[in-house]
Write a protein of this length. Structure first.
Length: 168
């Protein structure tokens, strides 16, 4: 009895799922391959494609990039409109001579180069994300390769036991 082993990398821990099935083997040690076998490179590519951490890291980089653009701009100006000393019995503007309309516009300007400094900090933070993804892909490759070798070892042990069953 041979086993079909699927190694599926999901999430941070890259757990593997082993599905037993007779007649075909996932690990191909001979030159002829079966329809249901997957190569190590294919499994590594599937693991990298299905790793949600990589997508989350890309989205975090995009958000930091947007924040860095926003950090370099001045805050929105504020407009205020007010009425003072309006007649409370008729609400007419010309009834009392002291009625006032007040219009104001204000803009906050930060000190020194604080906007440029904050923008540069976020830009520097954004530059680390591609290196994090590259490191994660290397770790996924190592983990999946290790799981592949473990599955290969288990399959070869089973094949050895099956072939020498008469000795046991």
């Amino acid at each position: 009895m041979t086993f079909k082993l699927f190694i599926l990398a999901i999430g941070m821990m890259l757990p593997h799922i082993l599905i037993a099935e007779s007649s075909h083997s996932i690990i191909n040690t001979q030159s002829s391959s079966t329809e249901n076998s997957l190569e190590l490179d294919e499994i590594i590519q599937i693991a990298k494609t299905n790793d949600p951490w990589l997508l989350g890291n890309q989205l975090n980089q995009d958000s930091i990039k947007s924040l860095s653009v926003a950090a370099g701009t001045l805050p929105d100006p504020k407009v205020s409109l007010g009425l003072a000393n309006i007649a409370s019995d008729s609400f007419q503007f010309n009834q009392e001579a002291m009625t006032q309309v007040k219009l104001g516009i204000s803009q906050m300007f930060p000190r020194g180069d604080s906007l440029a400094i904050k923008q540069q900090q976020l830009a520097n933070l954004e530059q680390q994300f591609p290196y994090q993804r590259q490191d994660r892909k290397a770790k996924v490759t190592v983990s999946v390769s290790q799981l592949w070798l473990d599955a290969y070892k288990a399959q070869q042990s089973i094949a050895l036991i099956e072939s020498d069953r008469a000795l046991f």
